[in-house]
Design a protein around this ligand. Structure first.
Ligand SMILES: Cc1ncc(COP(=O)(O)O)c(C=O)c1O
Length: 477
């Protein structure tokens, strides 16, 4: 850490190098707003940072300007109702889970769910029943959740109230929500889809926009869908939208939970940026999506001519807006490729083992893809002859969360040194970040191999949430 450098110093310095962003947020900087006539909002940013003055409506009892924005989203996604979120999809997940499952009840959840779902377990005193995603062995990453797996879990936990899973997952792999929704409907369960990474699917995958790809969960029959508009569309970080698609979740219970998990001072800057993102979609959505698809097509085509750069492609379940590069043929790790890209001012979203993920967004322009291709060509030349196909590290994100016995989540907790935790029951999730998928969850026993793996990540300087500064984890008494 550089001494004396402030957060503001860092941000201004970073902006001054005019970086190419292949990470969140999706707007990718001021240019998108300026190009489409929202520059005045950016110029007046501080002056637009207000509170609930007369005429400004109230997020938790909308009837004016905020209600209008919510209706715009409901129209855009075809929802019964849409809710603006200022605590990201994380807040929407908490509210949806708590509104769908009574205290002490059971939530069927994908084992690769985001940590907000695990937080919902603690807050609602909920019991988890896990569904396990498939593994894409070839790439060492997690794939889709099948409808058959959801049905298995429902049969094993028939009293569960709801099912929740992420689709797309962090790598852009989507589950067949249509088939899953049929199962949940047949068994009378609520289906909540964490579509944090797929707010754009409604438009980008459409043939009329020059695209192809998985359908969005709203069209496929989910009951509640939560979208991080900030991740791939055009709003500010932390802003998101929850779409209520059916009356299977009590609207008023949901609204009650939404106000409980969000700030009582919701930022008008975030909410206005959601309004702008909706306006962009309504007014220029077709063109923007067409351009995005064209840029992706250009990239996927051109990258083929670079020797040893391999992309994950042609999976029917893949949202191609997430570009996954497999670095194994280059003989370097994804982290090493990321370092070389960042030296050239290009910033990816995620590395896991040999997979480097570049997150494209509505604000990326053709020149960003051009710079990326140029950098990849340079790096390929720089590497010369390299160890073909050698895997340099274990694919961390690909460590399949294994099926484990679930014990009651401990109510009495203590902190012990990681090395002394073997055989103890985890009381707070241990989560390598990124990708933010828990390795050990509350109610699971810590094994020797977990401890060895977590220690290895920490030695390598990776962030592991759930292990504190003193190297301690939280377990049952
Ligand atoms: C799969 C998944 N779900 C939910 C979230 C939370 O979204 P947000 O950052 O909008 O709170 C994330 C964040 O990265 C995520 O990866």
């Amino acid at each position: 850490m550089e001494k004396n450098k402030t957060t503001t110093d860092f941000l201004l310095e970073h902006a001054s190098i005019q970086p190419v962003s292949f990470h969140m947020p999706g707007h990718k900087g001021a240019e998108l707003y300026c190009r489409f006539g929202y520059g005045a909002f950016l110029d007046k940013l501080m002056d637009c940072d207000i509170t609930e003055i007369p005429g400004a409506d109230n997020l938790f009892q909308t009837e004016g300007i905020l209600e209008r924005t919510q209706r715009r989203y409901a129209r855009l996604y075809g929802a019964e109702r849409s809710y603006l979120l200022v605590n990201g999809t994380s807040g929407g997940i908490l509210a949806a889970a708590l509104a769908s499952v009574p205290e002490g009840g059971t939530l069927i959840m994908a084992r690769n769910c985001h940590k907000s779902v695990f937080n919902a377990l603690t807050l609602g005193n909920l019991r988890p029943a896990y569904i396990y995603p498939e593994m894409l062995e070839e790439f060492g990453i997690l794939g889709a959740v099948t409808a058959a797996e959801v049905e298995r879990a429902i049969k094993e936990a028939p009293n569960a109230s709801a099912v929740i899973l992420p689709s797309p997952n962090y790598y852009g792999i989507c589950s067949d929500i249509r088939a899953i929704a049929e199962v949940t409907r047949n068994y009378g369960k609520v289906l909540i889809v964490d579509q944090a990474h797929g707010a754009h699917l409604k438009w980008l995958g459409q043939e009329r926009n020059g695209g192809r790809g998985p359908e969005c969960a709203e069209d496929a029959g989910a009951d509640v869908v939560i979208n991080s508009i900030h991740k791939t569309l055009a709003s500010f970080t932390q802003s998101a939208v929850l779409n209520l698609m059916s009356d299977r979740v009590d609207r008023y219970a949901l609204e009650d939970k939404l106000q409980a998990v969000q700030s009582t001072s919701p930022s008008y800057l975030l909410m206005a940026s959601l309004d702008i993102s909706a306006d962009l979609l309504e007014t220029y959505g077709g063109d923007l999506m067409w351009q995005w698809n064209e840029n992706l097509r250009y990239f996927y085509e051109e990258v083929k001519s670079i020797l040893d750069i391999q992309v994950i492609e042609n999976l029917e379940s893949l949202d191609r807006s997430k570009i996954n590069l497999d670095t194994s043929p280059l003989g370097i790790t994804a982290a090493e490729l990321e370092r070389r890209l960042m030296k050239r001012g290009i910033f990816p979203e995620l590395t896991t083992g040999n997979i480097l993920m570049l997150m494209t967004g509505i604000g990326n322009q053709r020149r960003d893809f051009g710079r990326l291709l140029h950098a990849l060509r340079e790096i390929r030349a720089e590497l010369g002859q390299c160890g073909k196909g050698e895997r340099k590290t274990e694919a961390q994100g690909g460590r399949m969360p294994e099926k484990r016995r679930i014990y009651p989540v401990p109510k009495q907790k203590r902190r012990v040194r990681l090395e002394e935790a073997e055989g103890l029951i985890c009381a707070a999730s241990i989560i390598p970040y990124p990708p933010g998928i828990p390795l050990v969850c509350p109610g699971e026993k810590l094994k020797a191999e977990d401890i060895a793996y977590i220690s290895q990540l920490r030695r390598a300087g990776e962030k592991v949430i759930g292990v504190n500064d003193e190297g301690r984890v939280t377990v049952g008494v």
